[in-house]
Design a protein around this ligand. Structure first.
Ligand SMILES: Nc1ncnc2c1ncn2[C@@H]1O[C@H](COP(=O)(O)OP(=O)(O)OP(=O)(O)O)[C@@H](O)[C@H]1O
Length: 306
């Protein structure tokens, strides 16, 4: 089974925000130019700000199959290049003459391409999400791919020692900033071969567009939710463990409120419980206030929802 994303698995084909915002339009245009000129791009920024969604959107514009790999510390060259998965045997018994038994057995090792090899050979657009979560040794395989346009097959028992990279093959990397737990410092040599585009938290107007395009809330409801989450974010006092509730928080609040018909009002207790459950943990992580003081401040911001 191919690992490339099927069309119906590809998100964000027709994203209103990307069509309307001059910032995103410019960024997408430049990114496509870099990719077409053979330069991989790298979106870096905090969790939940839309790196993967943007990467998928750009990848979809290239009209090539899209392959997604998620970085993790256990990802190995075997996963990326492929491996021999066992033996295939083929037995032929010849009983034509009853007294003579002839058996012929052919044993061949069967090879399964890894996702990177499949993408490299066929000219896919590869999205390597959170690539800094993989071990730097694993990511070294990208150096010859990006520099010499070959994928070495070292460590395998294949006849060819490398494959040429298809001219349409290109990579969009994403990462969270290095201070995140579980992230390895990425090698300078690899970063030197890509164009790194830092992404910031969306501005309020963009976030409202993202929430309305992703959920069924009205524009006014999206405004109320996004403004509340944004005020909650402003309660962050220390820049550690992220920067408070992200776009994801706004989307979760909107989805849950719609699904369970919870009125999006600052006077509704059920809506308060929903908002508190979703924003409290990331807010607590970025604040050095005592919990009771922080909760009181959050409640004050919640009450401002009309
Ligand atoms: N332009 C957009 N329009 C609608 N929804 C969006 C948009 N961008 C992001 N989202 C939504 O916001 C949420 C976070 O987006 P995404 O997963 O792309 O962020 P990320 O930066 O890759 O996060 P992480 O670093 O945690 O993987 C998702 O639910 C996604 O569908």
């Amino acid at each position: 089974m191919t690992q490339a994303l099927e069309k119906n698995q590809q998100k964000s084909m027709n994203n209103e925000l990307y069509k309307q915002s001059s910032y995103y339009k410019g960024l997408i245009k430049r990114s496509l130019r870099y990719l077409s000129s053979g330069y991989p791009i790298h979106f870096t920024g905090e969790s939940g700000i839309g790196k993967t969604t943007l990467a998928l959107h750009i990848a979809n514009q290239r009209k090539r199959p899209v392959m997604l790999i998620n970085g993790n510390k256990d990802l190995s060259n075997k996963d990326l290049i492929g491996a021999f998965t066992g033996y295939k045997s083929n037995k032929v018994k010849d009983n034509f003459v009853r007294t003579v038994h002839k058996t012929e057995e052919n044993v061949t090792e069967s090879w399964v391409d890894g996702r990177l090899l499949e993408a490299v050979k066929n000219g896919y657009t590869l999205i390597y999400d959170e690539f800094t979560r993989s071990q730097p040794e694993t990511n070294n395989i990208f150096l010859p791919i990006l520099e010499e346009r070959i994928l070495p097959l070292y460590g395998t028992k294949r006849k060819n020692s490398y494959v040429n990279v298809h001219p349409d093959f290109t990579v969009i990397f994403t990462s969270n900033p290095d201070e995140y737990a579980g992230v390895f410092r990425s090698q300078d040599a690899l970063l030197d071969r890509m164009i790194t585009l830092p992404l910031d938290q969306m501005d309020e107007e963009s976030e409202i567009k993202a929430v309305t395009s992703k959920t069924n809330v009205t524009k006014a409801e999206a405004v109320a939710i996004v403004e509340f989450v944004s005020r909650a974010r402003n309660l962050c006092s220390v820049k550690q463990n992220g920067s408070g509730p992200s776009l994801r928080a706004s989307i979760m609040i909107a989805e849950m409120a719609k699904r369970y018909k919870i009125p999006i009002e600052g006077s509704n207790d059920e809506f308060w419980d929903l908002c508190f459950d979703i924003v409290w943990f990331p807010l607590q992580a970025c604040s050095d206030r005592a919990d009771d003081r922080l909760a009181t401040k959050l409640y004050t911001e919640f009450k401002k929802i009309k």
